[in-house]
Design a protein around this ligand. Structure first.
Ligand code: ATP
Ligand code: MG
Length: 237
């Protein structure tokens, strides 16, 4: 595990005058170039500012920080659910807004939530198929869901089993980026260890860029890199 946090100072000069990433950042799958976000409305305030950092393939990152520091906000920008109010996010050198956020969400990334977000009235297999064209049994074997559970409604699974189904759904399709918000927040230690193992294999065996927002010291210890949000977020200083 290594700690990230000083890359923020590398922001100026990370892109060329034409707006293309500099050679130093070509290896980044996702590059945040001066990203900021302010919630608008009555109590409008800037949550993120001047974030410059990168995320590579084949790597599992843990993004950590105190409650309210903006982790979920950052993840929603990386997921293309919202657009930064300043700066930009590049996927392999291209602004994710260029081809449309809808296409980005559909093709380039998948999301895992703390509360699983499975469809209750569908079976385990059917939920996995919602993630994209795939062989659900292969994916369910990978995440350790036995054949006997696969025809069941997801309501009849434990929390840890439901989270594994959610990860199998995220593995359907060909997205390069897997994002997870507190994926082990509701799970006991042993189940958490199995989820960590599945996420690490997504990075190391499938070559995905895996970014996990977490409060868990065990997830941080298992990650290849830990990103402390307050160290790269100028709104926090
Ligand atoms: N829809 C919203 N409108 C206005 N402010 C919001 C909204 N969502 C979040 N915030 C504020 O933005 C800040 C960051 O919230 P965010 O949910 O990103 O934090 P977090 O780091 O994920 O926290 P936690 O660890 O508790 O999940 C907080 O001050 C929060 O109150
Ligand atoms: Mg959050």
């Amino acid at each position: 595990m290594t700690y990230q946090g000083n890359k923020a100072s590398a922001c100026g000069g990370s892109t060329s005058a034409a707006g293309a990433p500099s050679p130093a950042h070509e290896e980044e799958t996702l590059l945040l170039d001066g990203v900021g976000y302010a919630y608008r409305g009555k109590d409008s305030h800037e949550v993120l500012s001047g974030i410059c950092t990168g995320f590579r393939e084949k790597t599992m990152y843990a993004v950590t920080g105190p409650s309210g520091s903006g982790k979920t906000t950052l993840l929603s920008l990386l997921a293309g659910l919202d657009a930064p109010t300043s700066g930009r996010i590049l996927l392999k050198g291209k602004d994710i807004r260029e081809g449309g956020l809808l296409a980005y969400r559909r093709d380039a990334m998948s999301l895992v939530f703390q509360s699983y977000n499975l469809i209750d009235y569908l079976t385990v297999r059917e939920n996995v198929l919602l993630g994209g064209p795939c062989d659900p049994d292969t994916l369910l074997t990978r995440v350790g869901i036995d054949a006997g559970l696969r025809g069941r409604s997801v309501l009849r699974l434990s929390g840890g089993q439901q989270q594994r189904v959610a990860i199998a759904r995220a593995l359907a399709g060909t997205s390069e980026v897997l994002l997870a918000d507190e994926p082990t927040g509701n799970l006991d230690e042993e189940t958490e260890a199995s989820i960590i193992d599945v996420l690490k294999r997504c990075a190391h065996e499938d070559g995905k860029c895996v970014i996990v927002v977490t409060h868990s010291s065990r997830v941080c210890a298992a990650a290849d890199e830990v990103v402390e949000l307050s160290r790269i977020n100028k709104a926090a200083s």
